[in-house]
Design a protein around this ligand. Structure first.
Ligand code: DX5
Ligand code: ZN
Length: 220
């Protein structure tokens, strides 16, 4: 059986208790901690940055996945890798020199990801796939947790999976936004390797149990 990994996003956690939040999802079997970095410019919200990544890197062994929803991400990728993010993604919509920035992330020892908004066509990723360790396929417009999953993402996900198979690249697919227990199985079946979830995990009474249930749903 193939299992999509669960990457809880701390965006929906209590920011005054981030250590406990991470500890709970670790106990539940989370594979990755997803950190949503927003600058109030590329997206209409401001969240967290380098100091939080540095602090979290000290309290967890799980890889930290910095999802940079910021303008001019090339200015910051090295700093995020040095702060302890083992995965760093930049948006294709925010980066003109994608190849250079992906190589820069790798040079600093992190896995390099490309994130893509719901209305951005997959063709913009085509030439970058051989250099991208993972794609963050957005199923909501980035900016906030708790939004509804955009249904056309499933077809886009299947097409991205096909593109990766046909091109014989090792790029993994992370699906981000609107995933809950009810649609996790469908997302995993359509080709997700990694499933991000904020609300479904941290708005629940028992985040560890919520991760366990998402893992069960994500087994194919
Ligand atoms: C959206 C973020 C997502 C978000 C997911 O801008 O990139 O990672 O935290 O939140 P949920 O799972 O609640 O849709
Ligand atoms: Zn995210």
């Amino acid at each position: 059986s193939v299992m999509a990994e669960i990457a809880p996003s701390i965006l929906a956690a209590d920011f005054a208790r981030l250590g406990e939040a991470v500890e709970a999802v670790e106990r539940g079997g989370a594979a990755i901690i997803h950190v949503d970095v927003m600058d109030g410019h590329f997206v209409p919200n401001i969240t967290m940055g380098l100091p939080i990544v540095r602090s979290l890197a000290r309290v967890t062994r799980l890889p930290l996945d910095a999802h940079l929803m910021i303008a001019e991400p090339a200015r910051y990728v090295a700093q995020f890798a040095e702060a302890g993010a083992r995965m760093v993604s930049v948006h294709v919509e925010a980066e003109t020199h994608l190849h250079r920035t992906l190589m820069e992330i790798k040079r600093h020892g992190a896995l390099a990801g490309v994130a893509i908004n719901p209305a951005t066509p997959l063709v913009l990723l085509e030439e970058a796939l051989p250099y991208a360790d993972y794609v963050v396929l957005m199923a909501v417009n980035p900016g906030f947790s708790g939004q509804a999953f955009i249904p056309t993402t499933i077809d886009k996900l299947r097409r991205l999976r096909r593109m990766i198979v046909e091109r014989r690249v090792a790029t993994r697919i992370e699906v981000d936004g609107g995933i809950e227990l009810e649609n996790a199985a469908e997302v995993a079946a359509a080709g997700a390797d990694i499933i991000v979830a904020a609300t479904a995990v941290f708005d629940s009474a028992d985040p560890a149990e919520a991760v366990r249930k998402l893992r069960e749903a994500a087994v194919q």
